[in-house]
Design a protein around this ligand. Structure first.
Ligand code: B16
Ligand code: MG
Length: 219
């Protein structure tokens, strides 16, 4: 028998490949400050709020900064990041995402966004997938950043599903930990070595077959 579950999607790195734009924008600031910033360092920033991301970069470089400087760099980073999004369209949706969204809709499953980003809504609009979402919780709605589970707990509440009936798709370590803390099913999208705390891991959505999706709703 089919059951009504709650499907909660992270945004950056799960639905769209904006993680690369966050990386480029942060790398620019870091390099201007004389801080080496690699793709490995960038893993620490995934799913983490903008303010905390800057603090992590400054800690990596052992750089002390005034609040005024931090505010300036935060604005600069977001302006740079937004400049990459100007021409964004549906072509930026990651492979395999649309079939999964369509499968869930066809099976009347509620869908939510659970993202740390304050730029989530315009990205969903630009890529044309806003109508798929029954609830949106983003960086504007929560106080505590992942790995705190607040963003996913809020999303489950809006979908009117229990935590144990919630399924979270995440590309970040912090996000997987947040889903686990909330006792939701954590599905990592990315590399096994990074996301090993997730209960299931897929390299991307093209590796998730319909039998797996069926198994999530046939309980
Ligand atoms: P913004 P997600 C997160 O989005 C990103 O993974 C993270 O790198 C970024 O710092 C954070 O959003 C805040 O984004 O600067 O746009 O508010 O992965 O939780 O969808
Ligand atoms: Mg993410």
């Amino acid at each position: 028998m089919k059951k009504r579950k709650g499907f909660i999607f992270d945004l950056d790195g799960v639905i769209v490949d904006t993680a690369k734009y966050h990386f480029l924008a942060w790398k620019k600031i870091a390099n201007e400050l004389g801080i080496d910033f690699t793709l490995e360092h960038n893993e620490l920033l995934k799913g983490v709020s903008r303010v905390r991301s800057l603090d992590i970069i400054l800690e990596l470089g052992n750089v002390a900064a005034s609040q005024g400087d931090k505010d300036k760099w935060l604005i600069q980073k977001n302006e740079d990041y937004l400049s990459y999004l100007v021409d964004m369209d549906e072509s930026e949706i990651l492979p395999g995402v649309m079939p999964v969204l369509n499968f869930l809709k066809e099976n009347n499953q509620p869908i939510a966004l659970g993202s740390a980003s304050k730029n989530a809504r315009p990205i969903l609009e630009k890529t044309g997938i806003l109508p798929f979402f029954d609830a949106i919780v983003d960086g504007n709605d929560v106080v505590n950043a992942k790995p705190d589970p607040e963003v996913f707990l809020h999303a489950a509440r809006l979908l009117n599903v229990t935590n144990e009936d919630s399924i979270v798709f995440e590309d970040s370590v912090a996000g997987v930990q947040a889903a686990n803390i909330a006792e939701m099913l954590s599905i990592g999208i990315g590399e096994e070595e990074t996301l090993h705390e997730a209960q299931h891991i897929f390299k991307d959505f093209t590796h998730m077959d319909s039998a797996f999706l069926e198994s999530l709703i046939n309980k």
